[in-house]
Design a protein around this ligand. Structure first.
Ligand code: PMP
Ligand code: GLU
Length: 411
């Protein structure tokens, strides 16, 4: 048989996040008890008014402008200004089918190299490979909250010949659940070396301290921002994202726009109209409740998992934790996750998918295996919720974490 696949694509495999989701569903179908801590999906329903807006616009069938609806870009521009203090004008924003697609198009268009810090989200490196952009890694540490120091970033830049560089920063972070505290220092280094930054802000509205700082505040001229409805709005399957570029880089957006027009054309029309409601409406109460639940469940998991065998940073945002299992029994973190799944029914992802060496016994744990619609009915006042409430509304998380921590005791 003739080989039909390009070399750079042949190297890739289906994304680990989507694979674990399908594997769990299959095991459940076979009647197995599985604690689904592998896939990262919001458990909460999309706010009713936004669902209503989608219904009311279902009749819209015309293609919309390739860059996306004017009013939606305008709403996102205002949302970003409120969040970050920086003005990304509507002319410099494009609407994409999920922010993942926006990032892919960025890699396809970009002529340069990419700096990632481990941990980094599973898709960044494969996307760079698709775009034929070389990737350079910076390894971070638990002590530094899983983000690179300014010194590490500067050293990495200085070690590279190519001056066209993009560093991808994601805070709150998938997979570590931590928030970057040294944005200003990182921005200073970026500015000094003309390093571009893609600030992946998909979890911005799920920051537990309720105050979000964007690196664009310190480096507006060199920061791209991507975001969308998947996480804060519970609408992962709707596939709506955006990509915003600083004014002086607007010609780069033109390239992305061309790629968009030659691939997906434009995001589906009913969804773009519904997204105006999502960005214009006031969903602060919903966000407050959702964040409060996630913070409480995250803290519950943290408190019940950490031990002398399991090291983990406290949750600061998004819905992940990245525990390290202290042992030398397993050959790789993949093997570790397979054994845990077999022994306990707890599904997680190995940290080797997030840029770590396979020997590092780190995993990503997503604590979203609960019914968010039911949980929102609880009395939530913004304080950390009582364990009793968590036991009632997130029984799978409670049971799964108990199994996992008992398993870890025997390491
Ligand atoms: N960045 C990170 C860190 C993510 O976890 C996700 C989740 N899929 C995405 C980007 C992409 O999100 P979406 O394509 O749904 O906007
Ligand atoms: N962001 C989710 C995760 O990291 C899954 C969705 C995706 O990978 O596109 O698990």
């Amino acid at each position: 048989m003739k080989n039909l696949t390009k070399k750079n694509v042949a190297k890739l495999k289906p994304s680990a996040t989507l694979v674990i989701n399908e594997k769990c569903k299959e095991l459940i179908k076979q009647g197995k008890k599985v604690y689904q801590f592998g896939f990262g999906q919001s458990p909460f329903p999309v706010p009713e008014q936004i669902v209503g807006a989608l219904k009311n616009n279902a009749h819209r069938k015309e293609y919309l402008p390739m860059q996306g609806l004017n009013d939606l870009r305008d709403a996102i521009s205002k949302y970003l200004e409120k969040k970050t203090g920086v003005n990304y004008s509507k002319e410099n924003i494009i609407i994409t089918p999920g922010s993942k697609e926006a990032m892919l198009l960025m890699h396809v268009a970009f002529d340069g190299e990419i700096i990632l810090s481990a941990p980094s989200w599973v898709s960044y490196e494969p996307q760079a490979i698709i775009g034929r952009n070389k990737v350079h890694w910076i390894e971070t540490s638990r002590e530094n909250n899983w983000f690179p120091t300014a010194k590490q970033l500067e050293k990495k830049i200085q070690s590279l010949k190519n001056r066209n560089l993009i560093f991808i920063l994601n805070s709150p972070n998938n997979p570590s659940g931590t928030v970057c505290k040294n944005l200003k220092e990182l921005a200073t280094v970026a500015k000094k070396h003309n390093l571009l930054i893609l600030s992946d802000e998909i979890y911005t509205d799920l920051t537990f301290c309720n105050k979000y700082d964007s690196i664009s505040k310190f480096y507006p001229q060199g920061t791209f921002i991507s975001g969308g409805l998947s996480k804060w709005c519970g609408a992962g399957g709707w596939r709506l994202g955006f990509f915003a570029v600083p004014h002086k880089l607007s010609s780069f957006l033109e390239s992305i726009k061309t790629l968009a027009s030659e691939s997906y054309s434009t995001v589906n029309s009913p969804l773009q109209f519904a997204a105006i409601e999502a960005y214009k409406g006031d969903y602060s109460e919903y966000k407050k409740k959702v964040t409060s639940i996630l913070r409480s469940v995250g803290n519950y998991v943290y408190n019940n998992l950490k031990s002398n065998k399991v090291l983990v940073r406290p949750p600061q945002g998004a819905f992940y934790l990245m525990p390290e299992f202290l042992n030398n029994k397993f050959k790789s973190s993949i093997k570790l996750c397979e054994t845990i799944l077999e022994d306990t029914g707890v599904a997680m992802l190995p940290a080797s998918e997030f840029g770590f060496k396979s020997k590092k016994m780190l995993t990503r744990l997503s604590y979203t295996d609960f019914n968010g619609a039911e949980f929102l009915k609880a009395n939530i006042n913004g304080n950390l919720l009582d364990d009793k409430i968590i036991e009632k509304y997130a029984p799978n998380v409670v049971e799964g974490i108990q199994k996992l921590s008992n398993w870890a005791k025997n390491l």
